[in-house]
Design a protein around this ligand. Structure first.
Ligand SMILES: Cc1ncc(COP(=O)(O)O)c(C=O)c1O
Length: 369
């Protein structure tokens, strides 16, 4: 009987790293550097260098980094931020936490990212920023968005939670907008042993204020300049991420290899395969295929012990938590169709060619091929 092919296999990543990770955790335990501390500082330096950015600040999640990014823009109730309805909900939380309003714009059919052609129509006098997501590891089309920002004096913040190392026109994402936010949730291309995030910017004033906001609005202990948060990265996570960052480029290449194998093996199936924009080099955080019979295909894969997942089954404008925004089904047809048709296949650096072939042949069997 065939072995299961899990949707995700974090244990396979951990096994070869275990000694290295044990050692840095032991050191952090010996030194009792639990909240921020030297390992976080070192990781911040390394991650800033990796992104070719002036500053990278460690946070306790991508969500908290995004929240602080929105606070740095001084968003207030009534302000609007244009963003995508087809993403993880945290993109919109950041706007809502400031009392501001997410204004959704539909996505591009091919890339699943915010469609720049539709953005300008959504701008009002209350618009303060554009918050696109580099979904599934593929950069969104940044140049037209930056052009719109310049024309209308808006800030661009990149939700880069899924796109560590992805390239737009040959340059790593992370410094195209004023601020970028990354997640180190364990499933990400580089993940903590727990929660983690980073805020990346070239703006010194933003970096100084972000440091204070993540630490109770304080730069001098027990003196608080503004209402702040406890959003510090844990010392142990900084140590773990320092180890894992060294492997990120290799892992991204290996994920890309898996994606290319899927491209080859699934080319003659009725599935719609992910496509990269001409400007994009995706890091294939997720490999997302589309088909109207997605639910049946998922069941078929499950019956053959192959994991798969829905990212995301319901766009944000139709979520209960955002009912008060007044959107209705049909408002963003491309996002809604993607939510009905998308299926994410197993993709991780450790996936073997045999496993990739079995996923592909099981899909072909579903289509009687
Ligand atoms: C697009 C996107 N934005 C934001 C987040 C939030 O990051 P975190 O889970 O680290 O809070 C995630 C994480 O899944 C994400 O995928």
């Amino acid at each position: 009987m065939d072995q299961p092919i899990p949707y995700l296999d974090l244990a396979a990543q951990m096994r070869p790293l275990r000694k290295e990770i044990d050692a840095v955790i032991a050191k952090a335990l010996d030194n009792c550097t639990f909240c921020l501390g030297p390992d976080v500082v070192q990781f911040e330096k390394d991650f800033a260098a990796y992104c070719d950015a002036k500053h990278a600040l460690g946070f306790n999640s991508g969500t908290s980094a995004l929240h602080v990014a929105m606070l740095l823009l001084n968003l207030k109730p009534g302000d609007e931020v244009i963003t995508t309805p087809y993403t993880f909900v945290a993109t919109s939380w950041a706007i809502s936490y400031c009392g501001a309003t997410p204004v959704y714009v539909d996505i591009d059919e091919t890339t699943f990212n915010l469609d720049p052609k539709l953005v300008e129509k959504a701008i009002t006098p209350r618009t303060k920023a554009i918050l696109p997501v580099h979904l599934y590891g593929q950069p969104c089309d940044l140049d037209p968005l930056l052009e719109i920002c310049r024309k209308h004096n808006l800030a661009l913040v990149e939700d880069a939670a899924q796109a560590h190392g992805a390239k737009y026109k040959g340059k790593k994402i992370g410094t195209f907008g004023e601020i970028s936010c990354f997640s180190f949730y364990p499933t990400k291309n580089v993940g903590a042993c727990g929660e983690g995030g980073a805020l990346v910017t070239n703006n010194d004033a933003f970096a100084t204020r972000a440091k204070s906001l993540r630490e109770h609005g304080s730069t001098v202990r027990y003196y608080h300049d503004e209402v702040g948060y406890n959003y510090r990265m844990e010392g142990i996570q900084g140590a773990v991420l320092g180890v894992k960052l060294k492997y990120l480029e290799k892992w991204n290449r290996e994920r890309r290899h898996v994606a290319m194998r899927y491209h080859e093996l699934l080319a003659d199936t009725p599935l719609r395969l992910p496509a990269e924009g001409p400007y994009a080099e995706s890091i294939y955080h997720l490999y997302t295929v589309r088909h109207p019979s997605r639910d049946d295909l998922k069941k078929h894969l499950e019956a053959h012990k192959i994991g798969s997942a829905l990212h995301y089954p319901l766009p944000l404008h139709l979520q209960k938590c955002y009912a008060s925004l007044g959107y209705k089904p049909g408002d963003f047809p491309i996002a809604e169709q993607a939510a009905r048709e998308c299926l994410v296949l197993p993709i991780y650096p450790e996936l073997t060619d045999e496993q990739i072939q079995r996923v592909a042949s099981t899909i072909k069997q579903f289509f009687n091929q």
